[in-house]
Write a new protein. Sequence first.
Length: 260
Amino acid sequence: MEFPDRIKQQSCMDCLSGQALGFDIRMAFQPIINWQSRQIVGYEALVRGPNGEGAGWVFERINDQNKYFFDQSCRVKAIETAAKLGLDKMLSINFMPNAVYNPETCIRATIEAADMFGFDIHKIMFEVTETEQIVDRVKLMRIFDSYAKRGFITAIDDFGAGYADLSWLDALKPQVLKLDMALIRDIEQFPAKQKVVQDILQLCLEVNTQVLAEGVETRAELDYLAAMGIRFFQGYYFAKPQLEYLATAATMLCLNEPIE
């Protein structure tokens, strides 16, 4: 597959310069927790503007003309920043499937960045957001397959919030499925949400996909989901995303409680 005339493959330095986007981006990091062991197992990289502006500010400036460059720049900036911060755990990076023209080309760019900054590619997880309507499902399957074969971890993000249904699990075979915060919020109070999550958990068990609950904000949510068998969590209850900083277990009181 060739790139359209207007799309040119960027080098890592092109991505870092921000020239194709017209503005710089930075990265905030939010920890991913294994509640069973009370340990941080990774961090999700979340895009921010040049002065720390939120993701909304950034996405207002993304369009069909710069979407590909944005996707590439996020990968490189996330890897560069994580390496500078000394991250030696999993790094989760979001990608835009409708912006990926050729998975092998994007993989080469990711590997180039990992080599440049000394980051282990086997610790990189790529998340596709389930809220973006997929233009070509077959293409996304090919992307996931290419990533998995190269040793990257694959994940579906925000599951339950948008266009995908449970058939996507079998089609994409992700290693991780992240439950959307809309399903998580006050789940202990809503039997309908509990049934949906239980069904998802059962299917994930059958296809060997690990479940991560994101957007956890209260102890009641955490306790209920942990009782359902979920081990991995992310959300404000543990730590908010912090600009160019890796939160530590020492700053999270809940991680220092005795394990029952």
